[in-house]
Design a protein around this ligand. Structure first.
Ligand SMILES: O=C(O)CCC(=O)C(=O)O
Ligand SMILES: [Fe+2]
Length: 242
């Protein structure tokens, strides 16, 4: 299948960065990319103005994404392989982080290592009423990736694929490989179409040093292209809904 790659158009230059400007892009497009950021910028201090930090898998507030040799053969964010489209923390019993933010210490600079994003609210709008009702009213068993399980940090939780909420936007949880779909006649077809949609519609971010990417994790799925530069280094925080 052919894939299309779209540039990240929901973007700000550092000179125009403010909390209201960023929120405006997040509400409208589901993500924002900020470049031109100086080396002394405090990403964490700025991001706490968008939402409170949530602990990462290991209990720390900041997670480093850098390939580690010991994870080379696992499905894991900490290697150089591509990832499947997913949302973050589908396997947590509570609400997943509202926002996921990544900033770049060292870009891959080899034509790979792009973070990719697609809008699942738009995808869900294109499903049939029957499909939408089905995947929003039954629950599915989600479990941690092999890599996170290998770190002894695995979890399991049951959720609908789309969680509609009173007075708040829905939460889309998304995994291709870490969800039990064995006894369901609707989900496998929806997942296949979601991957086609992702392939066609995703935007790709090619990081510059210090640049920041933030997205609405209740709305967007994300993924990553493979890369070869083991020096690639990102940092990640999760921000809770307020
Ligand atoms: O390495 C990346 O670009 C993204 C990895 C990822 O899925 C994540 O940080 O949640
Ligand atoms: Fe992720």
């Amino acid at each position: 299948m052919t894939t299309a790659q779209h540039a990240a158009t929901s973007r700000l230059n550092y000179q125009d960065l403010s909390v209201p400007a960023l929120r405006d892009l997040l509400d409208t497009n589901g993500y924002a990319y900020v470049d031109g950021i100086p080396g002394d910028f405090d990403h964490v201090a700025f991001l706490t103005r968008i939402g409170p930090l949530m602990p990462q898998y290991d209990g720390e507030l900041i997670w480093s994404i850098r390939a580690e040799e010991r994870f080379a053969e696992l499905y894991h964010s900490l290697n150089t392989k591509p990832l499947f489209p997913h949302s973050e923390c589908y396997e947590f019993t509570g609400r997943p982080p509202k926002y996921l933010a990544l900033w770049c210490l060292v870009p891959s600079d080899d034509g790979g290592g792009h973070t990719t994003l697609a809008d699942m609210y738009r995808f869900v709008d294109g499903l049939s009423e029957a499909e939408r009702t089905h995947i929003s009213t039954r629950t599915y068993r989600f479990f941690s990736s092999a890599g996170v399980q290998d770190m002894q940090l695995g979890r399991v939780a049951e959720h609908p694929f789309i969680e509609y909420r009173d007075g708040r936007p829905p939460i889309v949880r998304f995994s291709l490989n870490n969800v039990d779909k064995s006894d369901d006649e609707v989900l496998p077809g929806v997942l296949n179409r979601a991957v086609e949609y992702f392939d066609q519609e995703h935007i790709a971010v090619n990081y510059a040093t210090n640049s920041l990417l933030i997205w609405d994790n209740h709305r967007m799925t994300h993924s990553r292209t493979g890369y070869t530069n083991h020096g690639r280094h990102l940092r990640r925080v999760w921000l809770d809904e307020t």
